[in-house]
Design a protein around this ligand. Structure first.
Ligand code: ACM
Ligand code: ZN
Length: 766
């Protein structure tokens, strides 16, 4: 019987192999309107010809022919005599990136509202094809009408912290094209390297493009002793602009000013407040050394550099940076103070006159850009001064800059570090990831991002141009790692900025991603495989003093798990449905494909004490970027590791962490403990003090600990600190714990006077 069945199966498979492969239009980003028709399919084979007229459309036809060959091995002609795939730009649509695809037995027509629209349609057709050698592919009859939700769909790439070759940048652009993105934000200058030739200032590249060595890890104090550098000649940059333009991608150059300028200062020390000497920065973070805003030659420098940049880059939009500019040098600099006086610059709101001196520089750059008919973009710090209403704001510190910018009438671009920082970790088990800056932004989180903040409605919402992902490369040393960080998170971004929100659905995205991954494989792209591994969701249930555990993966994979720390195998239990955990456990889970090939093992340690899974109330909200799953994070039995942005910690700023835990019943206790995560250079420091109050009825609380800690410990740069708060044994049901934030960092800190964050996790009792 079994043998017979096998023979039938084999026969079916042989027949399938002989028949045509079939295209599937459920691509990423999902087209907005797909009407499947019941007519006969078009058969794409060696007898097919892609027909187009005019140089630009013929170039597009050649792209499509190349894509078809790459995915299926089928050679189709361009402007031959076979069954036609017709390329046109006759579609009437207000959105110039709109396209339609009409497939019937006799022909395929891809029609764009412009050549850019046509190119997006070509990408959809290309992604519809199976990646498999075939003699023929059936394209089911269909009518697609599609256009992007946002006109600005971008990816930013920092080539300063690490340099990437012209070919690598071109591959980056190919990756954007595959995902229908249309903007490449090229971060060309920073403290650690100046990467673009400026003819009037040759030392920017002879000196500023090379650093003598690089700090190891996260500012460990140890250096690798290896020079690192590189730059693009103006001709190379123009070649990249051309390459991108052929893919209908606009290149927006960024010259980051007046902060992040140490490489330029190393080349031209007179541009700084102190006159130096400076060297191209060899470590990460925010340097206090910035352009001197009181120096007229600095203004000339800004004008000269931006003008050469505008000669190279035809982009209507020019990014002038503006982020993270400390004002300590300006405060001490006679020239800067004279400028403040001469310009009548005053403090306003929470910004000092020194802070608002940046507005003078921003305005200067704005005018240089405006004079050439271009539009200035800056990071959200440009809102700390008055800015003209036609400047555009890139909101990176969450969406606050987008909200404020749009409220003020400026157009805005969303690239919040809560959802679109692709230099952040994409998995929680960071020990199995390449070193990253921190954070935790898995694909799901990118996918759930909504570019229009809730606060913006009506005309204000229309000021949102779109969104972009940012890739800072402090810890990204080679291009394989660039791809790993971008892919497939950029696919999630693509759908977010292209597809109507009502069509978005992560479960559907999960089903569609394997086809896109096969294109990544075929092109040799290195990508992160977390979606094919286990992703875990935890929900604490205080009523049951337990936690519900849910495990997910891609379709076609099976999850096996253990709870005793042993390695899951095909013999371990299969995960079918969520279950409760209420005791110590080491959860290990892994996916297996149909061949039994195992993915990465997921692991979490649950340590239960009487506070675990209890009801917890946050009396103060965490800082908006570090809220994560809220209070339950602190009593979920899982301890945060050394990465404060892992999602396991809650971060508080200015407002103290103030929580109340209800243990459910009174019990004898003699200690409460909690952990703080430290990352000193990011202002993430230890607690400034604690107050612990206990109660049996939730009304009358007795203070048992009230401590203020001495000044921030300079030696404590990073790590996890445990605070144990012992008290006389007593019956306790309610615990009120206040962990104080440091309100002002000391003078020795790299950001003196800024507030300290306190990151806390896992409150335990005994
Ligand atoms: C930024 O991440 N400093 C824009
Ligand atoms: Zn100065």
């Amino acid at each position: 019987m079994i043998k017979k069945l096998w023979i039938v199966l084999a026969a079916t498979m042989a027949w399938t192999g002989a028949a045509a492969q079939t295209a599937c239009y459920d691509v990423i980003p999902l087209p907005n309107e797909v009407v499947k028709l019941s007519a006969k399919p078009f058969v794409l084979d060696a007898g097919t010809s892609i027909n187009a007229s005019g140089d630009e459309l013929v170039r597009n036809a050649e792209f499509l022919a190349r894509y078809i060959k790459e995915s299926t091995g089928i050679d189709v002609a361009v402007n031959g005599s076979g069954k036609p795939v017709k390329l046109r730009t006759t579609l009437h649509n207000d959105n110039d990136e709109a396209y339609s695809i009409s497939v019937c037995a006799d022909s395929v027509v891809i029609d764009g509202a412009s050549p850019a629209g046509l190119f997006r349609g070509i990408q959809t057709l290309r992604k519809s094809l199976p990646v498999a050698k075939a003699k023929a592919v059936e394209l089911p009859a269909v009518r697609i009408l599609d256009m992007p939700r946002f006109g600005y769909r971008g990816a930013h790439f920092d080539v300063s912290r690490h340099f990437f070759s012209v070919d690598e940048v071109k591959t980056f652009i190919d990756m954007l094209a595959l995902h229908n993105l249309n903007t490449f934000h090229w971060h060309l200058t920073d403290d650690q390297g100046w990467r673009i030739e400026i003819k009037k200032y040759p030392r920017l590249t002879t000196i500023g493009s090379m650093r003598k060595e690089t700090v190891i890890g996260r500012n460990s104090g140890k250096y690798d002793g290896k020079p690192h550098g590189g730059f693009y000649t103006q001709e190379e940059a123009k070649e990249i602009v051309r390459y991108a333009a052929e893919r209908y991608i606009n290149v927006i150059p960024e010259v980051d000013l007046p902060g992040h300028m140490v490489a330029a200062l190393a080349a031209y020390p007179h541009l700084g407040c102190t006159g130096g000497p400076y060297e191209v920065w060899t470590q990460w973070g925010v340097s206090p050394e910035v352009l001197c805003a009181g120096n007229d030659s600095t203004m000339l420098f800004i004008s000269d550099v931006l003008n050469e940049i505008m000669d190279i880059f035809p982009s209507k939009y020019i990014h002038i940076g503006g982020d993270e500019c400390p004002k300590s040098r300006w405060h001490e600099c006679p020239k800067c103070q004279a400028r403040i006086k001469a310009e009548g610059i005053t403090a306003k709101g929470k910004f000092s006159a020194d802070d608002r001196l940046q507005g003078y520089v921003t305005h200067y750059a704005y005018n240089v850009v405006k004079k050439r008919g271009r539009v200035m973009i800056g990071w959200d710090e440009i809102l700390e001064s008055d800015i003209p209403s036609d400047a555009i704001v890139t909101s990176w510190r969450g969406d606050a800059g987008a909200i404020e910018g749009a409220e003020r009438g400026n157009r805005v671009i969303l690239s919040p570090n809560t959802h679109l920082y692709f230099d952040y970790y994409q998995a929680k088990d960071v020990q199995n990831e390449p070193l990253a800056i921190g954070g935790y932004i898995p694909v799901e989180k990118v996918y759930e991002f909504e570019p229009i903040p809730k606060q913006l409605t009506g005309e204000k919402a229309k000021l949102v141009c779109g969104a972009q992902a940012n890739l800072w490369t402090e810890y990204i040393t080679d291009f394989k790692q660039v791809q790993y960080m971008e892919l497939p998170r950029i696919a999630a971004l693509a759908e977010t900025v292209w597809t109507k929100p009502e069509l978005k659905n992560f479960a559907s995205f999960r089903k569609r991603i394997p086809a896109l991954l096969s294109i990544y494989d075929n092109r040799g792209y290195n990508y992160a495989r977390h979606l094919a591994d286990v992703s875990a969701k935890y929900t604490t249930l205080p009523e049951q003093k337990a936690m519900r555990l849910d495990l997910e993966t891609l379709p076609g994979r099976t999850i096996h798990y253990t709870l005793d720390g042993s390695e899951p195998t095909l013999q371990s239990p299969i995960f079918h449905d969520s279950f409760l955990v209420n005791a110590d456990a080491i959860i290990k889970a892994a996916t297996f494909d149909a061949d039994g090939t195992k993915g990465r093992t997921y692991c979490d340690t649950i340590e239960v004490n009487p506070a675990t899974f209890s009801k917890i109330t946050l009396n103060n909200a965490p800082w908006h970027s570090y809220t994560y799953a809220g209070g339950p994070t602190l009593v979920d039995g899982i301890r945060g590791n050394g990465s404060y942005r892992s999602g396991r910690w809650l971060g508080f700023y200015q407002k103290d962490c103030d929580v109340t835990i209800d243990l459910g019943k009174a019990m004898p206790l003699s200690e409460v403990a909690f952990n703080c995560c430290i990352f000193q250079s990011d202002c993430v420091v230890d607690a400034g003090g604690v107050v612990l109050k206990l109660s049996t009825d939730g009304k009358k609380f007795k203070t048992v600990v009230d401590e203020t800690y001495p000044e921030v410990n300079k030696e404590l740069k990073y790590g996890v600190v445990t605070h144990k708060l012992p008290f006389k044994k007593q019956k306790v049901r309610y615990i009120n714990l206040v962990v104080k934030t440091v309100k002002e960092l000391p003078q020795w800190h790299n950001l003196p006077g800024w507030g300290g964050f306190v990151f806390i996790d896992e409150i335990s009792v005994k």
